[in-house]
Design a protein around this ligand. Structure first.
Ligand SMILES: *Cc1c(COP(=O)(O)O)cnc(C)c1O
Length: 456
């Protein structure tokens, strides 16, 4: 860089001006309410006119790579002296719009700034978020570990229990993640991070986000939390001290069910004694430019565009879905053929008060607990199968987080492979139904459930 040409200097100056402008715009967006941020993101009128052919929504840039003006711009981009997108595995303009809006929504109402990285799936987001935290395995005979709530998504369980173990990273499970002392018991000098999910399925588990974050920070390690089912419209864990939030955008955020994608959002200056200050300053940006480009699990721009559209109405949808779920849960609670209903919104749920502390519709005082629940039907396993077989509108699918109501029997689907012993430990009887309540009129959802229960 000794004899940098004037042209090169000009590119760098221009880039710095762009960066400053973008920062100012983001700062302005941060002063708006949640819905305004969700609707507009960082796609300004000026941006639309200059970069989007005037279109009112973010353009979808399908190109695999960008073209450069000349050799100086080529070099400046490749050296990361100026921020350009280069190649869609590394960065893509449409994906960037989504990353920026997600970072604003997850830090909404806080002084924090954050950076988001979008990925090809939720699992890829989890893997990319945690990989660098365990990357520097010290000596051969040493191992590192992390501590995780046992109640997590099945695919994440597999990633932790099988894939991480294969490479010498152990996971210490916390069976009662709502009890903070259970976490501390599992932390030792080789613990790299804490991991939780809230709310989790099918047993509706939740944790004391602030307490777990404080504990992690006491040991100078980060707290990573999957808040896929809450979405930033109901809970923003960074506000309570979490360092990194992960999402399967495939699920509740992409509620209509037409794309697979994920994201992780790291606040700036995460707590982590194993990383350099330089990396901690903007962990997600570093992951994106270095380890993520080498993993290749990038998001497709069409998926990014799709998630941008879904986000605009996120709060309204989550409010409605939570209300529907509450109505269904109350109906089930009083039904003579139902033994038990597990929904965080019900007063009688032992974790209700803990969930209440963290989950509300953003910009209101309204409680809201999302749309997932489980319930146990009285009688034998065959009776529960009969219930499922008689549903007329509710779809049988292992999916969740949808605008269409979905139901399954976990014991014969999502939790089949772990066997009866493990199911017993996890509290999943053969008579349990997992129900994800959709956006249909709740009267119709309830009558479908009622007629199927009548058939038993
Ligand atoms: C589905 C899911 C994931 C994994 O997401 P994919 O997009 O399917 O890879 C992670 N966490 C939770 C809570 C999920 O429901």
């Amino acid at each position: 860089m000794t004899d940098m040409s004037d042209r090169m200097k000009r590119y760098i100056e221009e880039a710095n001006r762009d960066i400053e402008k973008k920062k100012q715009y983001k700062r302005m967006m941060k002063s708006y309410k949640f819905d305004t941020i969700a609707v507009h993101g960082v796609y300004s009128i000026e941006e639309a006119i200059n970069k989007g052919h005037g279109g009112i929504i973010e353009p979808v840039i399908l190109a695999s790579a960008q073209a450069y003006k000349d050799s100086d711009e080529l070099e400046a981009c490749q050296a990361y002296w100026i921020p350009r997108w280069i190649y869609s595995r590394i960065q893509n303009p449409t994906v960037s719009y989504l990353e920026d809006v997600l970072s604003l929504l997850e830090t909404y109402g806080t002084e924090h700034d954050a950076t988001a990285v979008c990925t090809s799936s939720g699992i890829a987001a989890i893997k990319q978020a945690i990989e660098p935290l365990v990357a520097h395995l010290s000596k051969r005979d040493e191992y590192v570990n992390f501590v995780s709530a046992a109640q997590i998504y099945g695919g994440t369980f597999q990633l932790f229990n099988v894939r991480m173990r294969e490479r010498g990273v152990k996971v210490h499970w916390v069976d009662k993640p709502w009890d903070i002392s259970e976490w501390e018991k599992n932390i030792d000098k080789d613990t790299r991070f804490l991991y939780g999910e809230m709310p989790s399925n099918p047993q509706q588990c939740c944790l004391d986000v602030a307490a777990v974050a404080n504990l992690a920070h006491k040991y100078e390690i980060p707290f990573v939390i999957d808040s896929t089912l809450a979405t930033p419209s109901l809970m923003r864990p960074i506000q309570y001290g979490a360092d990194i939030v992960v999402h399967s955008l495939t699920k509740t955020i992409g509620v209509d069910g037409a794309a697979i994608g994920g994201a992780f959002i790291a606040r700036h200056n995460i707590t982590c004694k194993y990383l350099t200050d330089d990396i901690k300053k903007d962990y997600a940006a570093w992951v994106k430019l270095w380890p993520a480009r080498d993993s290749g699990a990038c998001m497709h721009p069409i998926a990014a565009s799709y998630f941008l559209q879904e986000l605009r109405t996120l709060r309204i949808k989550m409010k409605q879905l939570s209300e529907n779920a509450m109505e269904v849960a109350k109906f089930l609670q009083h039904h003579p053929k139902v033994e038990d209903v597990n929904y965080l919104g019900l007063d009688k749920n032992p974790l209700h008060n803990l969930a209440k502390k963290y989950m509300q519709v953003v910009d209101s005082n309204e409680e809201a607990y999302g749309h997932l629940m489980s319930f146990v039907i009285k009688g034998k396993a065959e009776d529960t199968r009969k219930f499922l077989d008689n549903l007329k509108m509710i779809i049988i699918a292992t999916d969740l987080g949808r605008i269409k109501s979905l139901a399954i029997i976990p014991a014969i689907s999502t939790h089949l492979q772990q066997g009866p012993e493990a199911r017993k430990l996890a509290g999943i009887p053969d008579t349990m139904i997992r129900l994800c309540v959709g956006g249909e009129n709740p009267d119709d959802i309830i009558s479908d459930i009622e007629q199927a229960l009548d058939k038993i």
